[in-house]
Write a protein that binds this ligand. Structure first.
Ligand code: ADP
Ligand code: MG
Length: 696
């Protein structure tokens, strides 16, 4: 392996490469576009495209693709080669500025939630020059946004970029009030920690449920699970280590800052954390990370499961979204700082985040709502479906003192006067201990822990950015009018924290007592996707997105439909898979096993009059009762499914899946799982949890 610093970014058309390969004027013009969003002249685009193509060809590329993020949760690409025929029967390798800037994928089969039906059939992709192009599998990848012809966003990137602009605009207004004249923009930064499982490929292939749905629909917890906690941070097994090495190398080549890796809590579970970067780049990099994990695992005869809940009863996988705000001059606005001045600014941004999370708790919940993540949230291993903010004891004491106007330090009787007093230093490691909080302050950033492992992090960050932008807008409106900034600031922070204190919770989020307490506080507990989604259409939420130009009215409605359609489709596939596995593999396998037992009893009797056949007869009786239960519950599942599928209205349909299909699936599973426990291992038609979880 080449040394890491040579390897790093070697397949990226990075700033460094651009500086080397672009004429000075072109480079400057492009930087203006990247940093300030200035329009890019086509003549400049032509020069950039040509340099990109020459560089990509040197890296072995023959094709280019506009890489985009339709509302399927994953990325899409269509490859075109660089070849252009000449009159004399040869070819040239060409790539124009037009091709770089804009593409037209055949978009007709990507979800649009009705946008294309009412407007225009086609969509187009537009280059996102802030996320660097790269070469992968002989192809030049150009990160792009995907829109309809009338300009509606058909993807996850467009609203994210709009939300980044919104928060930048409002945060700069606040910075000006604090006398900061140098920062001209603000970007949000994200470091997503990615959890995943690795299992043996041969095992995976024998499980139709994993192949079709990404999770197991049947199976009992093995006798040994995670109770010994011997997997967490344990030394990494050889095959897994080889996989991780190759993954790191490939990620580094693509400029992804893969930093830490370790075993997670559950057997076969692992985590990869990158160093944080600008949010839209972090989103792109996280997509690359998930894709490479899945591809590279196969080379080692393993399968990487990114599903939120591959195994019932075993910890699921999430994606901790570490989020902060930084100025273009390099200061982190969620760092408390050391001077009264820095502290005052920090407290204002902190108050803004707290208020944003409280007022838009429904949107944050919605941003992580999928059929898969419903299995995880609130299952005593992941944050509950209730959104709350963890601040830690030190910061909470400050908040209490500000709200009550009393001393925050009992001993020295210090009163907190914003802009005058210095905050105590918060020891970083004490702030990160509460792993049960969905939204935790961890010293100089917030960690949003509800995001599911397989989801794009775009939506969660779009909501977060927009909600905070809105509160900053309100703050700026108030403070810009104030005659005395310091007094107004003190009052604003105090009022905001008093009004939104209910969202702060430092206790154990896995505790049932919290559910009751949260209800008393009036916090939402939106347990499932169909419970959560209707909140998206609430007037305050539509207004939020429209005010900041993040989603139009049409776009919100389309997203509502797409989310619920996706929920129903996932459950439909799961239910069909379940019925198929029950009818065509479990029931026949158990029937022949019961026959074998019965024959064994007969055979015993034949040679021994008084043979004891208690085991055989008891077992056959149980098998046959459970077989009947499985058969009947499968039939019931099929009717529940049919009933849900006949409903035309997507809201009703999703409710019918939640209230009809899911309980029917649970009944099928209960019968099948009971059968697994009394059926001979050799007769069971697919690998068990124990086989899979301890397979690599
Ligand atoms: P740990 O969670 O193990 O304590 P850290 O808190 O240092 O580790 O980092 C966890 C993740 O948070 C990493 O991906 C890291 O890059 C990211 N992170 C650190 N600082 C920031 C920041 N200012 N903005 C966004 N993410 C950050
Ligand atoms: Mg962390």
């Amino acid at each position: 392996m080449a040394i890491v610093n040579e390897l790093f970014g070697s397949n990226v058309f990075s700033d460094h490469i651009m500086k080397q390969r672009l004429p000075k004027e072109t480079y400057k013009a492009l930087q203006k576009t990247i940093n300030e969003g200035a329009n890019l002249d086509i003549s400049v685009a032509n020069v950039v495209a040509n340099a990109m193509k020459d560089w990509a060809i040197e890296k072995g590329a023959t094709h280019f693709t506009h890489w985009f993020q339709p509302m399927t949760g994953i990325t899409a690409e269509k490859h075109d080669s660089f070849i252009t025929p000449t009159n004399d029967g040869r070819i040239l390798m060409e790539f124009s500025g037009g091709e770089l800037v804009r593409g037209e994928p055949d978009a007709s089969s990507f979800p649009s939630g009705g946008i294309r039906a009412t407007f225009e059939a086609r969509g187009y992709t537009v280059w996102d020059p802030t996320s660097a192009a790269f070469v992968k599998s002989k192809t030049l990848y150009i990160p792009t946004a995907f829109c309809s012809y009338t300009g509606e966003a058909l993807d996850a990137k467009t609203p994210l970029l709009r939300s980044m602009e919104a928060i930048s605009k409002q945060a700069v207004r606040i910075l000006r009030l604090f006398g900061n004249a140098s920062a001209t923009s603000v970007r949000t930064t994200v470091g997503p920690e990615q959890e995943y499982f690795l299992i043996d490929k041969a095992m995976y292939e024998q499980r139709k449920d994993l192949v079709y749905t990404g999770r197991t629909l049947f199976g009992n917890k093995p006798p040994k699970g995670q109770e010994l906690e011997d997997q967490y941070f344990a030394s990494i097994k050889t095959r897994v280590a080889a996989f991780m090495n190759e993954l790191n190398e490939e990620l580094w080549k693509l400029g992804v800052l893969a930093k830490t890796e370790h075993n997670e809590v559950a057997p076969a579970q692992h985590e990869l954390a990158p160093i944080f970067t600008t949010t839209n780049i972090a989103v792109d990099h996280n997509h690359l990370t998930m894709e490479l994990m899945q591809r590279i695992a196969k080379k080692y005869d393993m399968i990487c499961l990114i599903h939120e809940k591959p195994f019932e009863g075993i910890n699921g996988s999430g994606k901790h979204n570490n989020w902060s705000i930084a100025t273009n001059t390099g200061s982190n606005l969620l760092d408390p700082g050391k001077t009264p001045f820095e502290n005052a600014q920090f407290l204002l941004f902190l108050a803004a985040v707290i208020k944003a999370v409280d007022e838009y708790q429904d949107l944050l919940r919605i941003s992580v709502a999928t059929a898969a993540n419903d299995h995880r949230l609130g299952a005593n291993e992941a944050p509950p479906a209730i959104v709350s903010v963890f601040l830690g004891d030190e910061l909470s004491a400050i908040v209490d003192a500000l709200v009550s106007g009393s001393a925050y330090d009992a001993k020295s009787k210090t009163m907190m006067q914003i802009g005058v007093d210095v905050l105590p230093q918060f020891p970083k490691d004490t702030t990160d201990r509460n792993r049960t909080s969905p939204f935790a302050f961890t010293g100089n950033k917030f960690e949003f822990r509800m995001v599911g492992s397989s989801m794009s992090i775009a939506e969660a960050n779009t909501v977060l950015n927009t909600a905070v932008a809105e509160i900053l807008r309100e703050f700026a409106d108030t403070l810009e009018k104030a005659s005395d900034f310091k007094t107004a600031l003190q009052q604003l922070v105090k009022d905001t924290l008093s009004a939104h204190k209910r969202i702060i919770f430092n206790g154990n989020g896995y505790d049932d007592a919290w559910v009751a307490e949260a209800e008393k506080r009036g916090l939402l507990n939106l347990k499932t996707t169909p419970d959560a989604l209707p909140y998206l259409l609430k007037e305050k939420n539509v207004k939020l997105f429209e005010t900041h130009g993040v989603y139009s009215h049409t776009e919100i409605h389309s997203r509502y439909d797409i989310s619920l359609e996706n929920y129903c489709k996932i459950l439909n596939i799961e239910a069909l898979t379940m019925a198929e596995m029950a009818k065509t593999s479990i029931l026949p396998a158990v029937a022949s096993y019961a026959k074998e037992l019965a024959e064994s009893a007969y055979a015993k009797k034949a040679i021994l009059d008084k043979a004891d056949i208690t085991y055989e007869s008891d077992c056959v009786a149980k098998l046959s009762a459970l077989t009947t239960a499985l058969w009947k519950s499968t039939t019931a599942l099929e009717s529940a499914l049919q009933k849900a599928e006949t409903l035309g209205d997507i809201t009703e349909k999703s409710m019918s899946y939640k209230n009809g299909v899911i309980p029917a699936m649970d009944t099928v599973r209960a019968a099948a799982d009971a059968l697994e426990l009394i059926t001979a291992k050799k007769a069971w038609p697919f690998p068990t949890y124990g086989d899979m979880l301890f397979s690599v």
